[in-house]
Write a new protein. Structure first.
Length: 522
């Protein structure tokens, strides 16, 4: 390689005696190029070893080596060529030519060295910032997991403790009712927390599903007002509903997501409020070029300092870690709320907050097409006001499942006992199977109207069990009953042959109505 470069440089700068004299290697130009290429090929034949690995890596030393090698090769050729050109025109003699070569090479190599050092310094600063961001994110996740552990253990402890009291101590009917209500209340709290965490995982991957349907705004607001008033009454806080403008009779959006969003924000207003405080929900409609339905949630709580307000909508964080210890919370409510609001074509914003006096949040959504929708003056009609107490809609009558023969395939003994008790209380006859193999055998040799099947079981899971049954033409409705609650789990179940997908913990009313609907149509 050295000999080849000697010949090549001689050709480039016009020193023919380098390759023409007897005491130098004599080499034609094509031979010189061939030897240079062959030398590089030999070096590159082991790209993961030695000099080539170090030279081609992304490390700071390799970056500097590549740039300096460029200068070392190019500088002599460049400045020798310029010097020869000036000397040929008689601008200076051969001694000055040598000086041009020396000084020019030094300047070029120094410039490349300074440029490389600047690049490396900038890269190091960026790596330091990235490391700080990663450490901050890890700390936020650690605090989030600590909060979640607290939020899960608190209602779980209540569920276990009240269950023990219910089982071990003599209780009258009123005490049993109180204990059962406490267990139900804390179980619902756990379920809401898990649902929020699932939603956070969806929007972290950019896949928060919404399903927009047309519904009557009157009934929706009644429902939200009822639930909000119950939240407030539990903490001794007043709730007020206001109607600022006439509102569309119908809107088209995701009813469940909007309810979840409003109750999350109202729940924050309740949680951080003072005793005998107040929470108000006002609704207004802006019928402009892009119509918007706006909900303002105002509370008389502790307020939010300006310097911490920017952290409100970041997932896994709260305005102040000390507030987490005092009031609880997972730190995902407002971040989830903003994602839901934006998925519904609007936004969630902090409008005003004053420390010690309270805060106002605004929720805006797209109400959907309203060209032919009648506007209703809720305030003058007093549709939802005028009473200090709002009743929840009456629950539909429990379905009758008499004469239904149901197969329940479930590996958990407790779940078998719970679900079978729900079904038998409605009049159904229930047969049990402990795993997928036993379930397939009983399904094929028995006469059943409906099969309820868990997914995660020993010996044969629910996925393989239904493939076997559907593969041989089994036509009885099969409902998945599982703790796999993600949207993609439901879609997969329906694709492989399940008729419906119900999630655990089992909701008795939903279970019985679903079974009844398939019994009617089967």
């Amino acid at each position: 390689l050295v000999a080849s470069f000697q010949g090549l440089i001689g050709y480039l700068i016009g020193l023919t005696y380098i390759f023409g004299s007897a005491f130098y290697t004599q080499m034609a130009i094509q031979t010189t190029v061939a030897f240079i290429l062959m030398s590089f090929a030999i070096l590159a034949s082991r790209p993961k070893r030695g000099f080539i690995e170090a030279f081609s890596s992304q490390s700071p030393s390799a970056l500097m080596a590549r740039r300096m090698l460029f200068a070392i090769i190019i500088a002599p050729l460049l400045f020798r060529g310029l010097a020869n050109l000036g000397e040929s025109y008689g601008f200076y003699d051969s001694d000055f030519t040598t000086l041009i070569q020396l000084v020019g090479s030094m300047v070029l190599m120094s410039a490349i060295l300074i440029s490389t050092m600047t690049t490396l310094h900038r890269s190091e600063k960026e790596r330091e910032k990235a490391r700080e961001r990663a450490e901050a994110a890890n700390l936020a996740k650690t605090n989030f997991l600590a909060n979640i552990s607290h939020e899960i253990r608190t209602p779980l402890g209540a569920v276990l403790g009240f269950s023990e009291l219910l089982a071990s101590e003599p209780n009258n009917d009123k005490q049993k009712g109180d204990l059962s209500a406490a267990i139900k209340r804390n179980g619902d709290q756990l379920l809401r927390l898990i649902d929020d965490l699932l939603d956070v995982s969806k929007f972290e991957t950019g896949a928060l599903p919404v399903s927009k349907l047309k519904f009557k705004l009157t009934e929706f607001l009644k429902d939200v007002a009822s639930l909000a008033r119950l939240k407030c009454e539990e903490k001794g806080i007043d709730f007020e509903m206001k109607y600022v403008t006439a509102l569309p009779e119908y809107i088209e959006t995701d009813c469940a997501r909007l309810r979840q969003l409003l109750l999350n924000v109202i729940g924050n207003g309740v949680k951080f409020n003072r005793p005998q405080g107040r929470v108000s929900l006002s609704v207004e409609f802006a019928p402009f070029t892009a119509p918007r339905l706006r909900f303002n949630i105002e509370d008389t709580g502790r307020g939010i300092p300006k310097e911490t307000a920017e952290r409100l909508f970041k997932p896994f964080t709260q305005e102040d870690e000390s507030m987490t210890r005092k009031f609880g919370g997972s730190g995902v409510g407002l971040a989830l709320g903003r994602r839901i609001a934006r998925a519904l074509g609007g936004d969630l914003m902090l409008v005003r907050s004053e420390v010690g006096r309270g805060s106002t949040f605004s929720v805006e959504i797209d109400p959907g097409p309203i060209e032919h929708i009648r506007l209703v003056d809720f305030a003058s009609a007093q549709t939802l006001q005028g009473s200090t107490e709002t009743r929840l809609p009456a629950s539909p009558a429990a379905p009758e499942l008499r004469n239904l023969h149901i197969l329940l395939v479930e590996d958990s003994a407790d779940n078998r006992a719970l679900v079978s008790r729900f079904l038998r209380s409605a009049g159904a006859e229930v047969d049990l199977a402990c795993d997928g193999l036993e379930g397939v055998d009983k399904a094929l040799h028995g006469k059943f109207d409906i099969v309820l099947m868990d997914l995660q079981m020993p010996n044969l899971d629910g996925y393989e069990a239904i493939k076997r049954l559907r593969g041989i033409g089994y036509k009885v409705p099969i409902i998945a009953l599982t703790a796999h609650a993600m949207r993609e789990d439901r879609e997969h179940c329906l694709e492989i042959g399940f008729n419906e997908h119900l999630t655990k913990p089992v909701n008795k009313r939903e279970l019985l109505h679903t079974v009844e609907s398939f019994a009617i149509h089967s």
